[in-house]
Design a protein around this ligand. Structure first.
Ligand SMILES: Nc1nc2c(ncn2[C@@H]2O[C@H](COP(=O)(O)OP(=O)(O)OP(=O)(O)O)[C@@H](O)[C@H]2O)c(=O)[nH]1
Ligand SMILES: [Mg+2]
Length: 333
């Protein structure tokens, strides 16, 4: 995935197909002088459907799909033949996609299950052919119904649950590096603050074909709530995550102090952020030898009494399996 693949909101315009015309046809055959009406019905216009796909995690694939249009129904014809139905369109969306009418803001429905199919825009009905209108008083009706028009609408698709785990940390803490070693995402990594400007998502493949999603967001600094750094508006991307992973580099002079600043900024953004499961990861621990690590551990055991913490190194690949195991446990508790 590339920089900024985190799309949880798209506007699209959909239109279903119009129904085909019913046919006004009179039967003709050699030696039969007066054939009856035999005009067939028009086919129905194509529907536009939304379909749940658990392999999708964002609405990124729809970012540039401005107009999605289903096919028109075919016209009916003689010999009572019905026109073909218009081609249906299937829009695949991640589970947790909420559909709203753009005009009214009304929630239309939500896709929550794999393979769940709902009609977003219904195709117009095909018209009836003249065959239907024959009667005792009119043996040869010369009229039929036109097809009904399709429906057009602007809709908003919004994703409720984007990622399971959100990474929180100061700039340069190693968030993007961690994402790159846990997932196949390739975010930009560099030795300067604010390398990440837009959120990135990655999928962690876990044992037995399970998976969960991690979101890497820009770094947060003290005063973010007042607009310092990149501000904190992008916290909305992790607002709905169930678990927050706080990253503090091992060479930070006051590890607990930095963690407290992060927690404080999150609280200022939305106090409910603190209701989530939390874990602290001390990153870049390859910079520390075992002796120093043991010393630090004694200190941190006291500072982090109420929240679990662990050491990792993305570069030296230390603690990564343990981290995945712990996250998986937290997510499934
Ligand atoms: N020694 C060491 N360096 C690391 C480790 N992880 C990341 N780094 C380095 O730390 C620097 C910052 O890494 P990033 O992953 O870009 O940090 P970030 O938290 O995403 O930074 P922003 O996007 O600016 O918020 C880079 O130079 C990385 O190479 C690690 O495990 N060990
Ligand atoms: Mg980054």
């Amino acid at each position: 995935m590339t920089e900024g693949n985190f799309v949880d909101y798209v506007k699209i315009y959909v239109s279903s197909g119009k129904g085909g015309k019913g046919s006004t046809h009179l039967h003709r055959e050699k030696f039969i002088e007066k054939g009856g009406p035999d005009g067939g019905d028009g086919g129905r216009g194509g529907h536009v459907y939304l379909v749940g796909n658990k392999g999708l995690w964002t609405l990124f694939h729809l970012k540039f799909a401005r107009h999605i249009k289903a096919g028109n129904g075919g016209d009916g014809s003689g010999d009572r033949s019905t026109g073909a139905d218009g081609d249906d369109k299937y829009i695949e969306v991640p589970l947790g996609t909420v559909v709203k009418d753009k005009e009214t803001g009304e929630i239309l429905f939500e896709i929550t299950d794999e393979g769940e199919k709902q009609i977003l825009s219904r195709g117009g009905k095909g018209g009836l052919g003249n065959w239907h209108f024959r009667s005792s008083t009119n043996q040869t009706p010369r009229y039929s119904q036109p097809g009904l028009p399709g429906a057009e609408m602007d809709v908003i698709l919004e994703l409720k649950v984007l990622a399971d785990v959100g990474l929180v940390g100061f700039p340069n803490a190693g968030k993007s590096t961690l994402l790159s070693v846990l997932t196949s995402a390739k975010p930009k990594i560099a030795d300067y603050p604010f390398t990440t400007l837009k959120p990135n998502l990655g999928i962690v493949a876990y044992r037995d074909f399970q998976s969960f999603v991690i979101a890497d967001i820009p770094g947060i600094i003290e005063g973010a709530a007042e607009g310092k750094g990149l501000g904190h508006y992008f916290l909305r991307h992790i607002e709905r995550n169930s678990t927050l992973l706080f990253l503090v580099p091992v060479d930070t002079p006051d590890i607990k102090g930095e963690y407290d600043i992060l927690v404080n900024e999150l609280t200022k953004y939305n106090p409910e952020m603190l209701d989530k499961e939390r874990m602290v990861v001390i990153s870049k621990c390859d910079m520390l030898d075992d002796e120093l690590k043991a010393e630090l551990k004694t200190e941190l055991d006291i500072s982090f009494k109420d929240v679990p913490y662990m050491f990792i190194s993305s570069v030296a690949q230390q603690g990564l399996t343990e981290l995945k195991d712990k996250l998986w446990k937290m997510l499934n508790e």
